[in-house]
Design a protein around this ligand. Structure first.
Ligand code: NA7
Length: 547
């Protein structure tokens, strides 16, 4: 075990706060804390701005929620920034981040290509010593900070499947979030493994250009039309009128969006009204039918199945071959609708009508091995490829954190601490790891919350807390084991009442072999979550020891 505390190398940055990650959460912390006089820097492993929007440069990468609330609430930004469409693509989102950094003059306090790899806490000084690797040179350097804020999102650690032979494949193979810049797919024979949000976006985008595309499907997606639309200057001006209201309204909604789930019990709704409501939500496109739909779907699988039947009726006619249609849009719901993330699509289902697009159902023919030339499935077929795309998702919630060699006061790593299951108080901190506070982390609303909304509203709690500590001459904050237990019990009880445990999803950690299956996104909705956070801070940060 590295003894960083005894490392005598010169310190590169001596800070109040070191923020790990330069996505929405990290940039928000930097701007707010800096304006309050803290010495703060962001260390970002990527070479450029954008967080996930830097990493996910695959063809068709696009945000799945409306631009109206997929942005900072800072008026200096939204007054000037214009969106070109309602669901902006990766390049535009990255340009947005560059604009924010420029407009708020943040560049001097961000270290790009800097991957935090280890951290040790000095109990005498209440400070973290942090080791970081410069991704360009491979050299490492030391920094010190009172507080360490991992702002890692849910998609910072790519999940690679362990297919035998993958390393010896002679063509190109990469994960969607590690797409080689400007990689040209034209005329290639391509495999896409995975049909989540990333796989769906890749498939529909490259299908027209590749020679042949084979999609390896383990679980069918319930993809919904996105219905994006272009936004001209006048449309942006019109949106700007609504922004102040929307930035207030978002915190009253389940998912921090500009619309809320419908709380009316479906038992009180006639069949006609139920269908009419679904029609209305469907016509809006995007995630409306899910995060703006009947909340009952998350508690009652019969309701989920009724919505599934509606979705199927809409989607089925788009696929010409009935056998293929049964695989993509099965008559029996593969999971209660809403328990897995609904990807958004525009031509995903139509792509399968093309002669050059094929589907392999991994339940019928699992992948046996990757050969030098392609993929061999259990039915004895060898599919030949030039490229294998791994759209296999992420070790979400805790993967980014456990990858860093952080040792708590008892010498344990996050991997050790989470071995029997993840432990946090309020999704904010873990006992034994003082002065580390999360935003958008495990056991917070995270995956059920619009990213910028939670980056700011959870972020405000962290900022207020750090100010409180400073104003009171305190140097240390740590979650108590009792508060962790209480939070785990609370989250566990909420989760048990939902349908989420009925699906093998990344919400449940079920996608990562060996990880405990547990719901790691807080399912009680944003308003309840914020209330719990306020309860703690209003009572002198109950659940935490301050010293
Ligand atoms: P997801 O949603 O986790 O999707 C990953 C897909 O890859 C999913 O269809 C998985 O099937 C499939 N998968 C994962 N491992 C394997 C193996 N070993 N073999 C075959 N298929 C596999 O990740 P995305 O990147 O699409 O989206 C992540 C989030 O980013 C998204 O929800 C948005 O919030 C943005 P499974 O369903 O597990 O059977």
């Amino acid at each position: 075990m590295t003894n960083l505390l005894a490392d005598r190398r010169a310190v590169t940055d001596d800070l109040d706060v070191l923020v790990v990650g330069g996505g929405f959460s990290g940039i928000y912390q930097l701007e707010r804390l800096r304006s309050l006089g803290f010495a703060v820097k962001v260390y970002e492993a990527g070479s450029d701005a954008g967080g996930v929007w830097h990493w996910n440069q695959y063809p068709g990468a696009r945000v799945d929620t409306e631009a109206t609330l997929y942005q900072f609430s800072d008026e200096r930004i939204w007054r000037e920034w214009n969106w070109s469409e309602m669901y902006p693509g990766q390049e535009e989102l990255q340009a947005y981040f560059r604009f924010v950094i420029d407009r708020l003059d943040l560049a001097g306090d961000i270290r790009f290509s800097s991957r935090v790899i280890a951290a040790r806490f000095d109990e005498e000084t209440d400070r973290w010593t942090v080791e970081t690797r410069d991704e360009r040179t491979g050299e490492t350097f030391l920094s010190r900070a009172r507080f360490l804020l991992p702002m890692l999102g849910t998609g910072s650690k790519a999940l690679y499947p362990d297919f035998p032979g993958l390393a010896d494949f002679q063509g190109d193979s990469f994960h969607t979030s590690r797409w080689p810049k400007n990689y040209d797919m034209t005329g290639k024979r391509v495999a896409v493994i995975g049909t989540g949000a990333s796989g769906v976006q890749v498939v529909q985008t490259i299908a027209p250009d590749v020679a042949h595309l084979t999609v390896f499907q383990r679980t069918p997606a319930t993809a919904i039309p996105m219905y994006s639309r272009k936004l001209d200057a006048a449309a942006n001006d019109e949106l700007r009128q609504r922004y102040p209201h929307l930035f207030e309204y978002r915190e009253t909604t389940f998912a921090g969006l500009e619309y809320n789930v419908i709380f009316t019990p479906t038992a009180e709704v006639s069949d006609e009204e139920f269908t009419a409501t679904l029609e209305d939500l469907w016509s809006k496109g995007g995630l409306h039918i899910w995060l703006g739909g009947y909340a009952d779907m998350f508690f009652n699988s019969d309701v989920g199945d009724r919505i599934y039947a509606f979705w199927r009726e809409k989607t089925l006619p788009r696929i010409k071959d009935p056998a293929l249609a049964e695989k993509l849009v099965p008559s029996v719901p593969p999971y209660p609708f809403g328990t897995k993330r609904c990807p958004l699509e525009w031509t995903y289902y139509d792509a399968f009508n093309q002669d050059n697009v094929e589907l392999v159902d991994l339940h019928e023919a699992p992948i046996q091995e990757v050969t030098r030339n392609g993929i061999r499935t259990a039915d004895g077929r060898e599919h030949e490829f030039d490229v294998i795309v791994l759209a296999t998702g992420f070790d979400s919630f805790t993967g980014g954190l456990t990858d860093i060699d952080v040792r708590g006061t008892g010498g344990e790593s996050f991997g050790d601490a989470f071995r029997e299951g993840t432990r946090t108080a309020l999704g904010r901190a873990t006992a034994g790891f003082p002065n580390i506070l999360y935003v958008y982390g495990p056991q917070s609303p995270s995956a059920f919350c619009n990213g910028p909304t939670c980056a700011e509203l959870e972020g405000d709690w962290v900022v207020d807390c750090l100010v409180h500590l400073r104003d009171n001459g305190l140097t240390r904050i740590e979650a108590t084991p009792e508060a962790e237990q209480e939070w785990n019990d609370h989250l566990g009880a909420l989760a048990a009442a939902t349908t989420f445990p009925l699906a093998n999803s990344w919400y449940m950690n079920a996608n990562v072999p060996g990880k405990k299956t547990e719901l790691l996104a807080y399912p009680g909705g944003l308003p309840l979550y914020l209330e719990k956070c306020r309860e703690s801070s209003d009572h002198g940060y109950a659940g935490f020891v301050l010293s």
